[in-house]
Write a protein that binds this ligand. Sequence first.
Ligand code: FES
Length: 107
Amino acid sequence: MAVEVVRVAALADLPPGRLLYVEVDGLPIALANVGGTIYAFGDSCRHEGGPLSAGALIGETITCPWHGWAYNVRTGKSIVPPVGLRIPTYPVSLRDGEIFVTIEWEE
Ligand code: FES
């Protein structure tokens, strides 16, 4: 397992309540600012791959723009049926106004 800490965006580009799409070596990631706390999670919906970063963020809930599946951005767990699915989540750190995401790559 290789662990990589990657700068993905400037904090100034992600105001509270907003979403941002980033890619790390081809891995699609969505960033969400929930009241000043930044979360990072897989951008692809578990249903048919809809782009979650283009969805609606209300509190900790992201709703897919394609057919309305919803997930908690903190836990990655789906909150509408089929409950129990989850999207990947990634640890976030902030340094000098920059957002970093930690990714564990399978080797
Ligand atoms: S692709 Fe997300 S709900 Fe269908």
